[in-house]
Design a binder for this molecule. Structure first.
Ligand SMILES: C[C@@H](N)C(=O)N[C@H](C)C(=O)O
Ligand SMILES: [Zn+2]
Length: 230
């Protein structure tokens, strides 16, 4: 299947939004590149991408930029997550991403068996200073204490991305004032342009009303047709 006409590469809509597409490489909870991610590109429905561009513009005067971790997710990738759940733990990936839970506890709350990401209007993201260094350390426990920033240079949110734990719940108790303010900053910036947060994961947002509320797409994420990859 090919990408339908109403999907776009986010890079074509707003190249200033940082892209750190974790499922296209091995730095994710499965420890390997995920099937269907053949390029490190954020793809979204045009309406969602346009709204995200508006969020990015709103944040610019604050010296902040969005950093996206996952956007459209093919259903073959969701199937690969479900298959992953049936295999034994990789101790390293467990220690980083779900130190307190069993794989079977992760579904469907933290990892969906039928994901909104496959409908094209959902994405995972955070905030970071525009002038911050783009670092990408690996293997750090996602619950490790953060000061002002997460290990990847993004704002401290209390956990890093894809931390499957009660601490990732957006309104979890025990956050510092700074972490609560950062989560609220992201939530308010996204809400202003039509995105709704998923209460179990501070990083997960859906543009509403969804253009395809009942359609789950499975076209692969391919390199941008002009060959540009960044
Ligand atoms: C796996 C995580 N990044 C995520 O997106 N979780 C939600 C529940 C989903 O899979 O749709
Ligand atoms: Zn998500």
């Amino acid at each position: 299947a090919e990408m339908p006409d109403d999907f776009v590469y986010l890079r074509d809509v707003d190249p200033s939004i940082r892209q750190d597409m974790r499922y296209a490489g091995s730095d994710n909870f499965t420890g390997a590149a995920v099937p269907g991610y053949k390029a490190a590109e954020c793809i979204l429905l045009r309406e969602a991408a346009d709204a995200l561009k508006a969020v990015q513009a709103d944040l610019k005067p604050k010296g902040l930029t969005l950093r996206v971790y996952d956007c459209y997710r093919p259903t073959q990738a969701v199937a690969a997550f479900v298959a992953w759940a049936k295999k034994p733990d990789d101790p390293d990936a467990k220690a980083v991403h779900y130190p307190n839970l069993k794989k079977t506890d992760l579904f469907p709350g933290y990892i969906a068996t039928r994901s909104g990401h496959s409908r094209g209007a959902t994405l995972d993201l955070t905030l970071e200073p525009t002038d911050g260094a783009e670092t990408h350390p690996r293997g750090i426990n996602c619950l490790a204490p953060e000061k002002d920033f997460a290990p990847d240079g993004s704002l401290a949110m209390g956990t890093s991305f894809d931390c499957f734990d009660v601490k990732a719940n957006t309104q979890t108790p025990g956050l510092t004032t700074n972490e609560m303010e950062n989560r609220a900053l992201l939530r308010d910036a996204m809400a202003a342009r039509g995105f709704k947060n998923y209460p179990l994961e501070w990083w997960h947002y859906t543009f509403e009303p969804e253009p395809y509320p009942n359609t789950y797409f499975n076209f692969p994420i391919l390199p941008r047709p002009d060959g540009g990859n960044g």
